[in-house]
Structure formats: structure tokens, C-alpha cells
Design a protein around this ligand. Structure first.
Ligand code: UDX
Length: 454
């Protein structure tokens, strides 16, 4: 329950998509906006509901839309998005109307901020005559790549021959055709529709981007010209809302004690986020590659992240014996704390946008093993523009893994990437920019989103 707030404050209703990588930044956004004088309601599906006890100052509003039979695996995302947007609009309208009626004497709802995937919230805002703002938890680079797909098709570049997959996409250097989300998410027709549908932002007043100020700035500017609404480029939100616990799973904090015993910058942290999976053979190659690298490591093997495996013992026989105290395996880590730990010198990642922001903020360079959606585009920028990542894009194979781990953790190349990563994030210029739309970055009003809410 929410603590009593004596004076009336404008209330924002925040609507996250029910996945870890989407919920975390929106809860952090809520924390930041609370500190700026707003009251916060988190409207959430019952599936993957956040824990209210971690946020005693928020009001939580469950949306009871029928989602039975749906899970939050990567394979089900499209169906889940469709089911949510079909089934949650009426229940959201009803519970929001009830909340507003019951809390008449309290704070007035002034705006709905919704994850772009929760577009039913925009329809509800419109019918209640409330302003709405879109929140994007992915990089502008990836959104621009998606946005370019209809043009590529109109110009005859898509669908492309297999022989063109390694070629650069015109105007999107260093992205190749194979990095476009068509090759890992649905059909070309679906992607064209998604790109066209998400361009006009319907009746919403603005878009908020969680980013680091200068990362992907030119992509933001290009998108801004197309969308023609205010853009608020803020973040990194996890740094602005540091005390907030946003994890849906229980974090194994014992690994911090283990990290305390390791030498500075010696540990490779491995996590593939909350959705990506590997098959059992790939997992074994990862294990033996890590074992022969000789490097200390902390590895998140999430429950359900290994395909085609029924057995509770996922790792190869003898592996734990072979690595002894040199490696730690956990089901879920306190990732932000891990990346901020002085013992961590590298991050083997699937290149989800939250993981990238968290890694850059702590000066940790990456081994990039992207899976789907935005991750391939992110990986290209990490490795070829910012030059803070090493690509691992071949079939998982132990000798390649050993080599790439050594390059990152022990060679001069890795040390140089670590220095560049440190330089990318400047905390002095990347925090208090909530009120600076990207098209007018020099203006510094103290009232966030003011022009969108009136
Ligand atoms: C999803 C998409 O897959 C990704 O492509 C998109 O950019 C964002 O949304 P996800 O795959 O979960 O996200 O990856 P990521 O964006 O990196 O978010 C994972 C979050 O889980 C991070 O905030 C990370 O700190 C957290 N995490 C991960 C933990 O807290 N503990 C862990 O052990 C692993």
C-alpha cells in the first residue's frame, strides 16, 4: 500500500510490459518521477507482477485481463503481446476508473506513461481524455533499424538473397542485413507492419527513451524528425534510481562474498538476460570454454534457460569438480551490484539494452552474443562503433570461447576496451536530464514533461 501523502500531487499511471527487461526501467522511472513530486501508480498484469513491498510509495493497480495459458518465454512474446492488448483494455479502463472514483479526494491522474508494447493503454487514455506518453526500453539504434525495414522493402533490398546477409544495410552502418530483426523475429510482412504501426504514435504526446545521453544521439535525432513529437532522452534510469529493487526473481547475493575474494578486474560475468536460451550442447561448450580459459567467472544459468533438457543437472559431469572455487554458478544474480564490483572485468552478454547500459555505467567491456530483436543491432554498435565489445557470433565452440575470453580479460585489447568503456559514461552529464527533449537539449526546465501534460 501507498504511504499517505499529505498534499495533492499530480498522479502518473505507469504501464510496463510484463518482462523483467521492461518492468525494471519503468519502476526506476516511477522512482525518479516520485522524487520529482509526482504520485505513482503502477498498473500491471497479474502475470509477472512486480513486488509491491519493494516500492512502498507506489500504488499498485492489477489489470485482470485473461492471459491464462501464456508464459513469458521468448517464443511466446508475439502471442503474449497480442493477448495483452486484446484482453486488458476493458479491465484496465474499469480498474483505473474505479481507482479515480475511490481516490477523488487524493491525487488526480494527469497522464498515462506506457511501454510501447502496451498500446491498449493509449486507447484507455484517449477514452478518458488523459494525455499519454510512450516509454521505450530499447535503443534508438534498434528502433531506427526496424523503422528502416519498410523503406528497404519498397526499394527492393528486402527480402534479400542469402548471399547479401553479410552486406551492410544502406544508411545503417555498421548494421548488416543479417542483423535486422527480420532474421530472428517473425516474417518480413510482420516486421513491416510493426514498423509502420509504431511510427505514428497515435494520440500520445511524447516518447521517453532510457539511454545514456550521447549514445545513439544521431539515431534519436533521425527518429525525432520522423515522429515529430517531443523526445525525452533520459537515464540511465538504474543510476538515477539506485536504491530501487526491481528484480522479479530472487537474487543470489552470496556471489558478492565470492567476488570479494577475487582479484580486481579478474572475473568474467556471464548472463544472457531474462529470455535468451541455449541448448544443452551450447551450454557444454560454454562450460568447457570457460574451464580452459583459466579465468575466474560468475555465471548465471537461469532456470528454464537451457533448451531440450529435462535433467536438473544442466552442466556437464566433472565440470564443477574441474573449476573448483574458480567459478561460481547462480540461478539469478544481483546484476547491477555484480557489474559495479571491482573484481568484475568483463561481461559476456546477450546484449539486451538494460545490460548494456548497466555495463557501460560500470566501465565493464563485453563479449557480445546477441540472440534476437534489438540485440544484434546493439552488438554491432558495441563492437564496431563504440569498440567496447568482442563479437561471439559463430556456433558456440569451446576453442573460440577460450580465445575470446582471454582476449577480453588478459590481453591489451581488453584493457583498451575497458578504458574506452570508462570514457563512454560521464555521470556528471548523464543524470539530471529529465526535462531536456532531444530536439531542444539545451533547455533545462525543472518541470519534467510539463508541455506534454498540459
Ligand atoms: C528484453 C529484451 O530481450 C532485450 O533485447 C531488450 O533490449 C530489453 O528487453 P532481457 O533479455 O531480459 O530484456 O535483457 P536486458 O535488457 O539486459 O534486461 C535484463 C535485466 O535483468 C537487467 O536489468 C539485469 O540487471 C537483470 N538481471 C539479469 C538480473 O538482475 N540478474 C541476472 O542474473 C540477470
Amino acid at each position: 500500500m501507498e504511504s499517505q501523502i499529505p498534499s495533492r500531487r499530480p498522479r502518473l499511471v505507469i504501464v510496463p510490459f510484463p518482462l523483467q527487461g521492461h518492468i525494471s526501467p519503468m519502476l526506476e522511472l516511477g522512482t525518479v518521477l516520485l522524487s520529482k513530486g509526482f504520485s505513482i501508480t503502477i498498473a500491471h498484469t497479474v502475470l509477472n507482477a512486480p513486488n509491491p513491498s519493494n516500492h512502498p510509495d507506489f500504488f499498485f493497480l492489477p489489470i485482470s485481463g485473461y492471459l491464462s495459458g501464456h508464459d513469458t518465454t521468448a517464443a511466446n512474446l508475439k502471442a503474449l503481446g497480442k493477448a495483452i492488448n486484446t484482453n486488458c483494455e476493458a479491465p484496465f479502463f474499469k480498474s483505473l476508473a474505479r481507482m479515480m472514483e475511490e481516490n477523488k479526494s487524493l491525487d488526480q491522474v494527469v497522464c498515462i506513461i506506457y511501454d510501447v508494447l502496451m498500446y491498449f493503454a493509449e486507447a484507455v487514455a484517449k477514452s478518458m481524455k488523459l494525455p499519454s506518453i510512450i516509454f521505450r526500453n530499447v535503443s534508438a539504434l534498434a528502433v531506427l533499424a526496424l523503422d528502416t525495414i519498410p523503406w528497404l522493402r519498397a526499394e527492393g533490398y528486402l527480402p534479400c538473397q542469402v548471399s547479401m546477409l553479410q552486406d551492410p544495410v544502406p544508411s545503417l552502418h555498421p548494421v548488416r542485413f543479417k542483423d535486422l530483426p527480420i532474421y530472428n523475429m517473425g516474417s518480413l510482412d510482420d516486421l513491416v507492419k510493426l514498423a509502420i504501426d509504431s511510427r505514428p504514435i497515435r494520440s500520445s504526446s511524447a516518447i521517453i527513451w532510457n539511454t545514456i545521453d550521447h549514445l545513439g544521439h544521431s539515431s534519436l535525432e533521425q527518429l525525432h524528425q520522423l515522429y515529430n513529437v517531443p523526445f525525452f532522452s533520459i537515464g540511465p534510469l538504474h543510476k538515477m534510481a539506485q536504491a530501487t529493487s526491481t528484480s522479479l526473481l530472487i537474487e543470489d547475493t552470496d556471489c558478492i562474498e565470492w567476488l570479494d575474494k577475487q582479484a580486481p578486474l579478474s572475473v568474467l560475468y556471464i548472463s544472457l538476460g531474462s529470455l535468451a536460451t541455449v541448448d544443452k550442447k551450447g551450454l557444454a561448450e560454454m562450460a568447457w570454454g570457460l574451464a580452459s580459459s583459466g579465468q575466474p567467472f560468475l555465471w548465471v544459468v537461469r532456470s528454464g534457460s537451457v533448451r531440450d533438457s529435462e535433467s536438473p543437472e544442466l552442466l556437464p559431469e566433472d565440470f564443477k569438480e574441474k573449476i573448483g572455487e574458480r567459478g561460481q554458478i547462480v540461478k539469478w544474480a544481483p546484476q547491477k551490484e555484480v557489474l559495479a564490483h571491482g573484481a568484475v572485468g568483463g561481461f559476456w552478454s546477450h546484449c539486451g539494452w538494460n545490460s548494456i547500459l548497466e555495463s557501460i555505467c560500470e566501465g565493464v567491456p563485453l563479449i557480445c552474443m546477441p540472440y534476437f530483436g534489438d540485440q544484434n543491432v546493439n552488438a554491432r554498435y558495441l563492437c564496431h562503433v563504440w569498440k567496447i565489445g568482442l563479437e561471439l557470433e559463430h556456433e558456440l565452440e569451446r576453442v573460440q570461447i577460450e580465445k575470446v575470453v582471454k582476449r577480453l580479460m588478459t590481453e591489451k585489447e581488453g584493457a583498451e576496451m575497458r578504458r574506452r568503456t570508462d570514457d563512454l559514461f560521464d555521470p556528471d552529464t548523464s543524470s539530471e536530464n529529465l526535462s531536456a527533449p532531444v530536439h531542444d537539449i539545451n533547455r533545462t526546465s525543472k518541470e519534467p514533461f510539463r508541455e506534454c501534460l498540459t
